[in-house]
Design a protein around this ligand. Structure first.
Ligand SMILES: Cc1cc2nc3c(=O)[nH]c(=O)nc-3n(C[C@H](O)[C@H](O)[C@H](O)COP(=O)(O)OP(=O)(O)OC[C@H]3O[C@@H](n4cnc5c(N)ncnc54)[C@H](O)[C@@H]3O)c2cc1C
Ligand code: SF4
Length: 478
């Protein structure tokens, strides 16, 4: 603890963002770095409390008070060592993590929590600038081969860990570029893809092999992988979108968020999308169904594409502005969040149920809705009830469905391998991260359901330990 009175003297610095007027005209990242001196002072706000609850808040178990103190003392090199001890890719979490650690920071009980996420990002960016981040190929090879299926954060973290343990790792990805949702899903304005490419270059130099356009279970037979590899990790994500099965759903102009967002990712990469495949909000009245983060990403994308108006409707009630009494510290605060996309415009509305779509000239033209309320059913459960007379309609040219995900796709790879599924439809695993098929492991959204990057990284690391133990009888991987 560099400065015992830091938390009394220094207030939390607000995360800087680019001004709204400028940023909605381009695709560049909206989050700006804090000046270094600001963050060193922010590090001094950490109280180094007896029981650092932030460790538990962070799924990776990042050793947060250590690096807060080291940053305050200007010892960036040592801070990097502590950060990399638990996190393979802090530049992803430092940019995109919702920071559950900050929700459980002890200072947050009666003050603003420490700016943990911003300090994490500053450490890794400082290290890249200083040239400290270099490839770390293993000194010796075990001769074992591991196939990682899926190149999202879970697959990439596992690949790096397994490679460092000396195994030959090949990552199979069905998309034409590597990165999972970091590449195709998360918009450029949240994460510039040069940040992902910078890390992928390092992984390639560490001798990890990447195979894009390799759809396991389709153009890569699972039997080939079973024959050619000593272990397989399934890290294929939870890509099955929740649909809205109401009349008119089939009208052109209604799309899943994940049909829409990756097309813009591709355009940002410089790809030419054929006219008949482009989905754009330009000049359109857009309605987004789903009030979560994916919906917010659609919102920011629609504004940048030149939408005339954007409404984001959510079925559930708005979360409270402050923690509710049944959501105390150190739990993740379930409160209303305003993302950078919400600052840029659009209308958010809650407790709205979509009943049907109607069209004109063969395209969607109108969304029909009714307001709902959630009331007790007398048995301690809350049930949804339509409010009579509250029906309303909204004219629209483009509807984006961002209502969450139902788990991994069951056909193809999972069906062919015959892995057991949980009741939730995710891939079942044992305590060593192995599925019901010996030698086949799983991590990330594929076993957890759609979640967060930080969880994907944490699980990729843990599954790598499980695989290393399976292959070698014991493991030294952290
Ligand atoms: C639009 C959107 C925005 C998000 N924003 C954030 C955010 O800001 N912060 C955050 O923490 N989380 C965010 N998330 C959640 C986060 O991206 C995921 O939890 C995380 O990427 C999961 O990582 P993963 O490696 O398990 O899977 P994924 O990132 O989904 O990667 C899985 C990969 O496996 C590939 N694959 C699947 N099946 C096969 C197969 N048979 N053969 C070969 N390849 C296959 C897929 O093509 C995909 O590339 C967001 C999610 C979405 C949808
Ligand atoms: S990874 Fe997320 S939860 Fe962990 S320290 Fe970083 S911001 Fe906090």
């Amino acid at each position: 603890m560099g400065k015992p009175t830091g938390f009394l003297e220094i207030t939390r610095a607000k995360q800087p963002y680019r001004p709204v007027e400028g940023r909605v005209r381009d695709w560049k990242q909206v989050m700006l770095p804090h000046p270094t001196e600001t963050l060193q002072k922010q590090g001094a706000r950490c109280m180094d409390c007896g029981i650092p609850f932030c460790h538990m808040g962070c799924p990776l178990g990042n050793i947060i008070p250590d690096w807060n103190d080291l940053v305050y003392r200007n010892n960036w090199r040592e801070a990097l060592v502590r950060l990399h001890a638990t996190n393979n890719f802090p530049e992803f979490t430092g940019t995109l993590c919702p920071a559950p650690c900050e929700g459980s920071c002890v200072l947050g009980i009666n003050d603003d929590p420490v700016t943990i996420k911003a300090i994490e990002l500053a450490i890794i960016e400082h290290a890249f600038e200083a040239g400290w981040i270099t490839p770390e190929p293993p000194l010796a090879r075990t001769g074992k081969k591991v196939a990682v299926i899926g190149s999202g954060p879970a697959g990439l973290a596992a690949a790096q860990q397994l490679n460092r343990a000396g195994h030959w790792v090949t990552v199979f990805e069905r998309a034409d570029r590597i990165g999972g949702l970091l590449r195709y899903g998360i918009p450029e304005f949240k994460l510039e893809k040069r940040v992902l490419d910078r890390r992928l270059d390092l992984l390639r130099k560490e001798d990890i092999t990447f195979q894009a356009n390799a759809n396991v279970g389709v153009n890569v037979p699972v039997e080939d992988l079973r024959r050619d590899f000593d272990a397989i990790l399934l890290a294929g994500g939870a890509t099955l979108p929740r649909d809205l099965k109401v009349p008119g759903r089939d009208l052109p102009g209604i799309h899943f968020a994940m049909e829409y967002l990756p097309l813009q990712n591709r355009r940002c990469e410089g790809d030419q999308i054929p006219e008949d495949r482009i989905i754009t909000a330009r000049g359109k009245r857009v309605v987004i169904l789903g009030g979560g983060d994916t919906g917010a990403d659609c919102l920011g994308t629609a504004h940048r594409q030149g939408a005339v108006s954007v409404h984001q409707f959510e079925l559930l009630p708005s979360p409270p502005k402050e923690r509710a009494s049944d959501n105390p510290w150190p739990l993740w605060p379930n409160i209303l969040r305003t993302s950078s996309a919400h600052e840029e415009g659009g209308v958010r509305d809650y407790c709205i149920s979509s009943t049907r779509f109607s069209g004109r000239n063969g395209r969607v033209e109108r969304l029909h809705t009714v307001r709902v309320e959630f009331v007790s059913d007398g048995n301690g459960r809350r049930v949804m009830r339509e409010i009579p007379g509250s029906e309303f309609e909204m004219e629209t040219d483009l509807v984006l469905l961002a209502m969450g995900f139902l788990g991994p796709e069951k056909d193809g790879m999972l069906g062919q391998l015959g892995v057991k599924l949980t009741e939730r439809g995710t891939v079942w695993r044992d305590d060593n991260w192995m599925t019901s098929v010996p030698g086949v492991f799983t991590a990330g959204d594929m076993q957890r359901g759609q979640s967060l990057i930080v969880w994907a990284l944490a699980e990729g690391r843990q599954a790598a330990r499980g695989i290393d133990r399976y292959l070698m009888g014991s493991t030294n991987l952290p």
